[in-house]
Each structure stands twice: as structure tokens, then as C-alpha cells.
Ligand binder design. Structure first.
Ligand code: FAD
Length: 339
């Protein structure tokens, strides 16, 4: 059985979280398919990078260490991956749905004529029966993602071409160490074999990285506000509550669109996916596009003046009332009762 490959990404000289999340998922897919899990890392000064990948279950780590591969540019990275994939013939190729992955994935899949499903929310292995042709395709990658504005969940398969390629957004899959002592093989990629002069025509003269100040993804407590908060000014009570209990402020898309909060706080299908210990949803109705980004929170408290709001169905505790009445009371009682 050909391998499952994960194209890894480097973030601040470390393997990006999304790549470790994909390796975790890739490991379970490879176990199911009884094949190897292989990782590819391209860049420069990558000594020892494999040590970050083996605990996540990589059996083989392909390393392309070459100054021409740093910083990321489309053509050389695509040329190396295309060349390697042509030789290795993976059955599955996974990338993060990041700026890099969204650029690189389609380049590779179109060069190999393989197809790609973007922004998957789940990946599974299963069979497909083509009744008319009386054919059963075994062990396909089910590439599962919301479609038609989130109104349906589509399962997409690619029976005819390889690799079956998919991108997955950061935070959607869990990152879990497979075995701290798991060891694999390192294979050095002969980068020069794949690079042609025309792949190197783009030179990056200067790079400026704008880092978001908001870190909702890693926050264990999120106080999220929706359109029901009523105004940007009313969001101030959310900032006050979040600071008091050591959390971050998130928002629904309706709240972001109304200008109550910045886009980097948006949670959901087109925002960030979060898994905090506590999620307090304030004036959020709980549409599927929002809950897709927070439904794996350990505990959800919903504050809503509508007892029938859909968010209440996934909440552990529901407070029915006006947010501007309930939240200031929570702040007062918390201050009074905490030392
Ligand atoms: P509303 O649906 O307007 O709900 C407001 C809630 O507040 C209601 O339940 C109401 O009862 C309650 N309320 C009102 N006043 C008060 C009050 N004074 N006190 C207490 N409760 C009150 N949405 C996202 O959030 N994230 C996404 O990433 C996202 N992506 C999308 C992608 C696509 C392709 C599409 C089509 C939509 C997407 N949406 C997303 C939008 C989503 O469908 C909903 O429109 C949005 O989540 C609604 O936000 P809301 O719950 O804040 O507002």
C-alpha cells in the first residue's frame, strides 16, 4: 500500500501546529490503511527537524534542506513536491489550509492531475460503490467538508486519481503525540534534481510578518459575543469578564460584520476553530457555521434572551436573559466571590 504523506510547514523555525495536527490524523489513516505515514519538510537550516515529527507517528521524514527553499515561494516548493510525489506515488497527500497550503496544494494537484478538496473538516477511510458500473472502490479517502454555505456536509471522493489530496484548516483536527519513543527514517531530498532555473525566477527581497495580537485559538476560556450584544461599546463587558476570568474575547461573524469586533476574533467556519475548556456564548444564536468552530469546547454556557435559541441545544448551561443584564451581574458576583 502506498503511503500517506503530509506536507509540513515551518512556523518560527518550528513545525507548524497544523502540520502536527495533520500528522496525528495521517497516523490514524495510515494505521487504518496499514501503510506508512511520511512527512515532507522543505526549507533551510533544518538540522534535527525530524525530532519534532517522529513522536507524531511519522515513519519517514523527507527533508529538503536548501537555501533556495527559504523563504517559501511557490515554484521551487511545487517543483520539489511534484518530483517527489511522481516518484513516491502517495495514495494520500495532506496540507494545512494556510496561506502556503492554499497556494501549494492546487499547484501540486493540478500538475499531477489529481484533484484536491479544500478546507476539509473531517477525513475518513471508506468504500464507494458505483452501482451502474458494478464497481466497489475500497479504502478511499472521504474528504468531508461543509458545502453550499454550510447547509450540507459533503463527502467528496476521488476514486480515479492519486494522490487523493486535501487541505485542512488549523485547529480543526486534534494534535496528539502518537508515541514519544516512535522513531522513523530520515531521507534527504536531492533538491537540485527537481529544481530548474525557471523555478528560481522569483526572489523575495523583504518579508514583513504581521502577527495577530489575539490568541483565541490557544485560550482555555473564551467569552464570545454575537449580534445580540447590540453594539461595539457593549462588547466592553465581554473584555472585562474575559480579563477577570483569564480568557479571550471571540465573536460571531454577524458581530464582526456589524463592526462590534475585529475579524481575527471570528469563530466558526470562516473564522478560527477553538476547543477551550469553557466557552461563554453571549447573544449568539448558534447557527451551524458558528458552532462548527466551537462545538468541541469542553463546557458551553449560553446567555440568550431566546429560550429556543439553537445554541442552547449544545450548551451545558443556559442563562435566559438580556446579556447587558446578566454579564455585569456575573462580573460583580465573580469579583465578590473570588479572592
Ligand atoms: P444572530 O443570528 O442575529 O443571533 C443573535 C442572537 O442573540 C439571537 O439568538 C438572539 O436571540 C440573541 N439576542 C439578541 N438580543 C439579545 C440580548 N439583548 N440578550 C441576549 N441575547 C440576545 N458565522 C459565524 O459566527 N462564524 C463563521 O465563521 C461563519 N461563517 C459563515 C460562512 C458562510 C459561508 C455563511 C453563509 C455564513 C457564515 N456565518 C458564520 C454566519 C452564520 O450563518 C450566522 O449568520 C451568524 O453566526 C449569526 O451570528 P449571531 O448568532 O451573532 O447573530
Amino acid at each position: 500500500m502506498n503511503s500517506v504523506f503530509v506536507i509540513c510547514e515551518i512556523d518560527d523555525a518550528k513545525i507548524a501546529d497544523v502540520s502536527l495536527e495533520l500528522l496525528t490524523k495521517g497516523r490514524s489513516l495510515a494505521n487504518r490503511l496499514k501503510c506508512k505515514l511520511e512527512a515532507i519538510v522543505l526549507g533551510s537550516e533544518l538540522d534535527g527537524i525530524e525530532k519534532e515529527l517522529f513522536p507524531y507517528g511519522a515513519d519517514v521524514v523527507h527533508i529538503g534542506d536548501d537555501p533556495r527553499l527559504k523563504p517559501y515561494t511557490t515554484l521551487p516548493h511545487a517543483a520539489v513536491i511534484n518530483g517527489l510525489f511522481r516518484e513516491e506515488k502517495p495514495q494520500i497527500g495532506l496540507l494545512g489550509a494556510t496561506t502556503m497550503g492554499r497556494d501549494l496544494g492546487p499547484r501540486v494537484s493540478s500538475a499531477l492531475g489529481s484533484g484536491l478538496t479544500a478546507d476539509c473538516t473531517a477525513l475518513e477511510i471508506g468504500d464507494h460503490e458505483e452501482k451502474k458500473a458494478n464497481m466497489v472502490y475500497k479504502d478511499l479517502l472521504y474528504q468531508i467538508r461543509p458545502a453550499f454555505g454550510g447547509n450540507i456536509v459533503a463527502t467528496i471522493i476521488n476514486p480515479d486519481h492519486r494522490p487523493q489530496m486535501a487541505t485542512v484548516r488549523e485547529g480543526v483536527m486534534k494534535k496528539e503525540i502518537y508515541s514519544a519513543s516512535h522513531k522513523g527514517v530520515v531521507k534527504k531530498i536531492d533538491v537540485s534534481k527537481y529544481l530548474k532555473p525557471e523555478d528560481l525566477v522569483v526572489k523575495v527581497l523583504e518579508r514583513h510578518m504581521e502577527k495577530s495580537r489575539v490568541n483565541i485559538k490557544n485560550s482555555s476560556i473564551i467569552v464570545a459575543g454575537g449580534y445580540g450584544m447590540g453594539s461595539k461599546e457593549n462588547f466592553n463587558v465581554l473584555y472585562e469578564l474575559a480579563e477577570l476570568i483569564g480568557g479571550e474575547v471571540g465573536a460571531s461573524r454577524a458581530a464582526v460584520d456589524a463592526g462590534f469586533a475585529d475579524h481575527d476574533r471570528q469563530i466558526g467556519q470562516t473564522g478560527v476553530t477553538v476547543r477551550p475548556k469553557l466557552y461563554i456564548a453571549c447573544g449568539i444564536s448558534g447557527q451551524i457555521q458558528h458552532t462548527a468552530g466551537m462545538e468541541e469546547s469542553s463546557m458551553v454556557i449560553a446567555i440568550n434572551n431566546d429560550p429556543m435559541a439553537p445554541i442552547n441545544r449544545i450548551a451545558d448551561y443556559v442563562i435566559v436573559g438580556d446579556v447587558m443584564d446578566v454579564i455585569p451581574k456575573m462580573i460583580t458576583y465573580y469579583k465578590k466571590n473570588s479572592k
